[in-house]
Design a protein around this ligand. Sequence first.
Ligand SMILES: Cc1cc2nc3c(=O)[nH]c(=O)nc-3n(C[C@H](O)[C@H](O)[C@H](O)COP(=O)(O)OP(=O)(O)OC[C@H]3O[C@@H](n4cnc5c(N)ncnc54)[C@H](O)[C@@H]3O)c2cc1C
Length: 393
Amino acid sequence: MVGRTVVVVGGGIGGLAAGLALHRAGWRVVVLERAPEFGEVGAGLSLWPNAMRALGALGLAERVRAVGAVETAGGVRGRSGRWLSRLDNAEIARRHGVPLVVVRRADLVRTLAEALPPECLRSDSEVSAVRSDGDAMVVEHRGGVVRAELVVGADGVHSAVRRQWWPNAPAPRYAGYTAWRMITEPVADPPAEGAVIWGRGERFGFTALPGGRFYCFGTATVPAGGVAAGGELAAVRDRFGDWPDPVRALLAAVPEGGVVRHDVHVLPPLAGCARGRVALTGDAAHAMDPALGQGAGQALEDAVVLADCLVSDASVGSALVRYDRVRGPRTRTVVRRSARLGRLAQWSWPPAVVARDLAARLTPAAVTLRAMAPILGWTPPDSTGHVPVSVGR
Ligand SMILES: Cc1cc2nc3c(=O)[nH]c(=O)nc-3n(C[C@H](O)[C@H](O)[C@H](O)COP(=O)(O)OP(=O)(O)OC[C@H]3O[C@@H](n4cnc5c(N)ncnc54)[C@H](O)[C@@H]3O)c2cc1C
């Protein structure tokens, strides 16, 4: 039976969220994940109010809030350690009804996966082809074939579904820098506030997780494809060890083997994120520079809007046209703004860095918050029956 059956290709944050949204909308859901199990890299994730509202529409805001941390404040510091701009999380909560929440990725993936019936989830099922056969879609994977009415490509920036169904789409492009991510062991003397420190062609950020641990990341403008001969932890300590407090102490608390490294890739805009009975969500549709911390948030929004379109419109074809119309402009704006901030934050030419840091110092926090409002103020469509999320500290 293919009617109201959907195959979701990829079981990351975007795929699990799409699967859950469609399951709640009454679809039979099969999520095919190529990895041996559903999981995520050992890193953290910022969930801004728009992401938390999307989780609210999936019925998970309280559960995610319970496994996450809410910092009082944070912001951007210069390479000397001096504050360039501050972000008050209580003010974010006041304006948006929900604060910025930081979670371990693994906890978010587990929470999403546990909200789906186990029979929906198939790991070790790499998808090799997606084709249409009359009214049905046929998805071939390592373990067999599934027929469905709809296919959601949530298989990440290097999406196989996109390559097959958008053959003329430009390939993902190296953003020009690599990123190391890590979670510390509990820290004895934890810093009171998180921060991102902007250097020259380098950044280092840290933010609290529950249990006294910290999620940290570092970035560096280097050629793609590098691997540190002596291990990534040694490379990170070498590169950032003399940065302002508390960077050295945090790096000392990172366990051996606890650093993951990825070259950051972004996707040039696609001509639409739906074709026939195939929809793309998350990084498969709009992999963006991570500077705004919005990639997963947009994937969660995609999931909620996709389900809403399919609830509101009995025809899959026209529901997907609407999905594309709603999500295209929104995600293109977020992609553009992320790219702009990512470029700025990675600047390395000394006079430009001085001008950038001065401009950041002179920009009032209220102006920054106002500029972020169109992104953070997103609300789920009415059909999801969401109640306004308010998960305070
Ligand atoms: C350094 C960095 C920091 C970031 N920080 C934040 C942040 O703070 N906040 C935020 O919101 N976002 C952040 N992001 C972005 C966020 O990580 C991504 O946007 C998000 O994880 C995308 O989820 P996804 O499910 O679309 O893709 P992915 O996480 O890439 O998941 C795709 C899944 O598909 C599977 N797959 C791939 N191919 C196949 C196949 N052929 N068959 C079956 N399965 C397949 C993969 O194994 C994977 O599980 C950051 C990104 C980076 C690089």
